[in-house]
Design a protein around this ligand. Structure first.
Ligand SMILES: [Zn+2]
Length: 209
């Protein structure tokens, strides 16, 4: 299906590809020296260990399987056949070009066919893909495609509004610039009324960022 390659291209490397913790800490010392500092300075002594632990949190998405998150909890829909929308899901990600922070919100909607999923699971899917090295376009596509593949709804819409530290703190240094990416599938793509209903439910494309 459309998007499958994008889904596959930032999954976890095999265990043999991972450095040891002390190798990772040594790499942080190298970057500290590159920044112009002495890694031996007292205030920096524990920094490499902290950074490596922070990486475990920032990139914990590699240990999560978003399809499994959705599969575990689907239920019979009990006659509900209207759109389900979860808006303003906050997320933090990391741009794969600069390894700088991406911060934003995701709006996720779908039109159930015969299965619904607890809304917290939609937020967890966003999180599982956000906590990897990303580009915003792929993040948006992965969330939508996974929901489409697992829940097989009549349609899916995902909108992400985010700001990229690589753009606000370096390069062009444009503070306050937001990027919007959209992936619409099924009825969200083909049916103008459904698309409009979704855009209205999320409050349009301005606001949060
Ligand atoms: Zn970047």
């Amino acid at each position: 299906m459309h998007g499958t390659l994008e889904i596959l291209d930032n999954t976890r490397q095999g265990p043999e590809a991972r450095p040891t913790r002390s190798e990772a800490e040594e790499a942080v010392r190298t970057l500290i020296r590159w920044a112009g500092e002495a890694p031996g300075r007292e205030g920096l002594a524990d920094t490499p260990a902290r950074v490596v632990r922070a990486y475990e949190e920032w990139f914990e998405g590699y240990d999560q399987d978003p399809a499994e998150i959705l599969k575990r909890t689907f239920e019979e829909v009990g006659g509900y056949d209207e759109m389900v929308v979860l808006r303003d899901i906050p997320f933090q990600s990391c741009c794969e070009h600069h390894m700088a922070a991406i911060e934003g919100v995701a709006h996720v909607g779908y039109l159930p066919d015969d299965r619904v999923v607890g809304i917290s699971k939609l937020a967890r899917v966003v999180e599982a893909y956000a906590r990897r090295l990303q580009v915003q376009e792929r993040l948006t596509a992965q969330i939508a495609d996974t929901i489409a593949e697992v829940l097989k709804p009549r349609g899916v819409g995902v909108i992400i509004q985010a700001s990229h530290a690589c753009m606000t703190t370096r390069g062009v240094r444009k503070h306050g610039v937001g990027m919007v990416t959209i992936r619409m599938l099924g009825a969200f793509r083909n049916d103008a009324a459904t698309r409009h209903e979704f855009l209205t439910a999320v409050g349009g494309l301005h606001g949060s960022n």
